[in-house]
Write a protein of this length. Sequence first.
Lengths: 191, 601
Amino acid sequence: MKNNGLISSRRAALRGVAAGVVALPVLARAPVHAAKRRTRFFSVAELALVDVLTELIIPADEHAPGARAAEVAWEIDRRLADSDPRQDAALRNAWREGLRRLDALSRRTHGVPHFVRATEAQQVALLETLAAGEQAAQKNPTQAFFVLLKAETARAYYGSELGLMQEFGYQGNVYLPEFVGIDLGQAPRKG
Amino acid sequence: MASDSPPLSLAPPPIDLRTTYDVVIVGSGAAGGMAAHTLAQHGLNVALLEAGKRLNLEEELRSTEWPYEHPRRGDMPPGHRALALDEYNVRQTPYGQAHPAKKLYSYVQGWRGPDYSKSMVVDEKEHPFTGSRYAWVRTRALGGKTLIWGRHALRMSEQDFKAARRDGYGEDWPLSYTDIAPYYDKVDRLLGISGHAEKLPHLPDSLFQRATRLTPMEVRMRERLAKVGRVLTPYRAGVATDGVPHNKYRSRCGGRGACSRRVGGCDIHAAFDSPTGLIYPALDTGKLALRTGAIVREVLVDSNTGRARGVSFIDATTRKDYEVKARVVMLAASTLETARLMLLSKSQQHPGGIGNTSGHVGHNFCEHVMGPNLKGLMKDMVGRARANDDGRPGQFYIPEFRNVTEKQPSFLRSYGFQGRSGSNMYPDDTVVPLTPGFGKAFKKNVRERAGAFVTMSGFGETLPRFENHVALDAKVKDRWGIPVLRFNIKFGENEKKMCADMVTTAHEIFEASGIEVLDGRTTILPEGWSIHELGTARMGSDPKTSVLNQFQQSHDVKNLFVVDGSSHVSASCKNPTWTIMALAWRSCDHLASELRKGNLG
């Protein structure tokens, strides 16, 4: 999936255009036709929930789009589909159970049986109770699921072009005629 | 650039099994490659055998491919797995036995981008080993571990070669820094090395090409450390930062940072690898014949004289046995495989394995102990504008100071730290785990903190002990029917005390530099983790307690040489590759001279 906008901006960088944090435009992509794209691990409902969760964790802001625009839920789906049903059974169960628990938590706390139907304020409040346990040595299963969810969201987001280049502004992986940084100023001595 | 460098236009001349070569070399890594190069330059007829395949490195590595350009973001295909740290601690060897993975690799394949290096590393299920816990990282491909090495290129010092007389432990090397210094120079010139001269007696400078540059965090650390007599210096990398114009197969480093970020190295061969740095130039002399897919199983001996007469190997494709005849046999299969091969080579004249009259083959194992690390945030660098912090073949190094410039009586020998700072391609790996919360504030924090991160890990010299050894397993065989190694290697008290001290000084360094500690490991990583295994056929002046003389020549069998890390007497705390190559060059010069004089028949 080569991004022509990215390549041309890299070429611009090589031509010596002043580098800074380059704000890349989000390319107009052909809209993803829901009927043509199928989930491989999640059910349609699970994917929708993961999509909401990942966007809450890494939302769009004035700086860059968030997880939804970076199609993070789809990448998580791909990664779980590629995992091994036997060897990764615990991981796969943790996802299914974790998503179920979030719905149950939403029902218990706000009387809304599906997390996706709660208001954003309610959703954020629920996640905050889980995130409170982030550093705890002992976590309940839903708090442990939050840690997993956050890690996988971040991995999929910062591994995407939008996340790595537009949001994070990564500058590396380009040809440098000279290294970037502070030179300790000694002339090289070659034998 | 890489796309312009010519592939081999002719297939390398195959080994002629009717010929008696001057030298047959087993193994094509740093040692074997350097031996092939040196001996071919001397005009000798050389045969080089490599157990693995020859890979198309440009195709395998695709060094500048973005994570999002890869169908699995750089992950291996389903069914391919890497051993995790816990598995080394919890599972018994052989780790691959009854493991449900289709293909199983050592822990390095658990890092980012393992899809690019999976053809280089060994499948643990096909190559078992038994005995004690050991994180054995192996490659089987032309180029050996130079295809995945960390590029840290350091010179050992006179203090290292004569450490025993300084602190009373172990044996001195049978050579001095002045013996090897000219060879370090030759390696520097031939291959190219990047670094910054520091004039430290305990870490000699090389003939450096352009040094990499430091981040503001590293510069501050360097300044603060200098106040207490410690040094932070740019990583000394076996990378041609000014290029090597005499070598048409290699490009000048373009600062893409690919080698630092992935297991497998450099698809433009700016980072040294044995195929482009040594073997292809050797093939160009017309004096080198090469065979890959050749698994050497024994050094063959003349039944009259007891001298080596060649090697026997199994062809990977046909599974048939063949012999290569040579006047001299040179082993460079890597420390543990070489010991294995010597032990396998039993004969009437050498009942304990060839070259093993001393009983020391497989013993005196040493390496670098690892484990303690520290991660933190230089607080006043938070919010620093995004910069290209990882476009370098390596980042920073803090050379040893304990028992060198500072007394530390609770343990012997010393350690250094290797570290990184600033942003890199995987903020989810480095920054996110240490950034709490979620939402807009979290997103902003990740972005603003990434440029302020500092992390470093210790590498310490382990003491060689006779009892730390490998031997042949009495029962278990690999897929070729060759007995595997049984390990008996365990860190001791000195390693534990050294690691406790690493934790202490790492905290001192961070505090002095204004770095807030966010996370750190205090436990020791499993034996073998450093991938710097050494010592199993050590050099020495006394044939009763050593296997080789100072020219890596067997005491017992004059036409047997062993030029890889098995020959080392001690580990120092310095990454061994550059030393391996300098020693091999020197030994091969000596060998060539001995052959010319007729001293080896």
